[in-house]
Design a protein around this ligand. Structure first.
Ligand SMILES: [Ca+2]
Ligand SMILES: [Ca+2]
Ligand SMILES: [Ca+2]
Ligand SMILES: [Ca+2]
Length: 277
């Protein structure tokens, strides 16, 4: 009697053990199916292949772009409610997530030292300060020249290109354009040197001209020396004394509007290649 009771208890104990295992196995078998279903559902909603240009709210941005890139509401044409459609704000360089005329380049939504305009250009996550999860902030990685989308310490090339014919400067991080704007290079008698150079020095504030020159521009901000020519050191620098960007004006340097030069100055590193043609 005693033995039988003990035996039955053992069997019941086994059954108690077996049931959760069976349930676990049943559920376990169910999980992948559910996961696959969820993934399928997501794919249907966000895949560009499935819905190439679906723009539910008709604001000029596809649902995919709103969800994945701009972090705007795909069902609300004016996410920040400032009277301007999301698509128009993006087209004109304004943030669709901040009411008013707030430039993308002037906001850093996730506080990772990378502005929203550069996040979009670099393909990093606007709302995740560490896109690749390697413990380094997106902005810190780009400042040091590392790929913020690769957790391995892989560098991406920065480069500055100046077109004298177009009177334009464009700068890149890998293939991404981080800025492009009109400049003023040297006039015909004092041309900007052509060729392949690199940033030799970063000088925050500098005076141009003065004694012995017929011009004097003190306290000039944001100067990147990239060459040494007959007439002296040659810089890409801010210029506050004229607004004729797009035509040659300088004594050999590359003049840039203050509004454009500050970002370029802080982004550039000593050694960043400069190509002038
Ligand atoms: Ca839309
Ligand atoms: Ca808006
Ligand atoms: Ca940011
Ligand atoms: Ca990172």
């Amino acid at each position: 009697m005693k033995t039988k009771k003990a035996k039955s208890r053992t069997i019941r104990g086994a059954a108690v053990l077996v049931w959760p295992v069976a349930v676990f196995l049943l559920l376990g078998a169910g999980w992948p199916t559910q996961a696959v279903k969820a993934a399928d559902k997501n794919t249907t909603v966000v895949s560009p292949a499935a819905a190439p240009a679906q723009d539910a709210d008709g604001d000029g941005l596809t649902d995919v772009e709103e969800t994945n890139i701009y972090k705007t509401d795909p069902n609300k044409p004016d996410t920040d409610g400032d009277g301007f459609r999301d698509g128009d704000e993006i087209k004109n360089g304004f943030s669709p997530r901040h009411a008013g005329q707030v430039r993308l380049a002037d906001v850093d939504s996730d506080k990772d030292y990378l502005n929203d305009a550069w996040e979009i250009a670099a393909g990093t996550d606007l709302l995740n300060p560490d896109t690749d999860g390697d413990k380094y902030l997106d902005g810190t990685e780009i400042a040091a020249g590392y790929d913020p989308r690769n957790p391995q310490p892989v560098k991406k090339q920065k480069r500055i290109e100046v077109s004298l014919a177009k009177q334009r400067l464009t700068y890149y991080f890998g293939d991404a354009v981080f800025g492009s704007f009109p400049i003023s290079s040297g006039v015909r008698t004092m041309p900007t040197p052509k060729g392949d150079f690199s940033v030799l020095a970063k000088v925050p504030v500098k005076t141009y001209g003065g004694r012995g020159y017929n011009f004097y521009f003190p306290n000039t901000k944001w100067n990147l020396q990239f060459a040494t020519a007959k007439q002296g050191r040659v810089y890409i620098h801010g210029a506050y004394w004229h607004n004729k960007f797009g035509q040659p004006m300088s004594h050999g340097c590359v003049n840039v509007a203050y509004a454009n030069m500050e970002d370029l100055y802080w982004w550039a590193q000593v050694g960043t290649p400069v190509h002038v043609e």
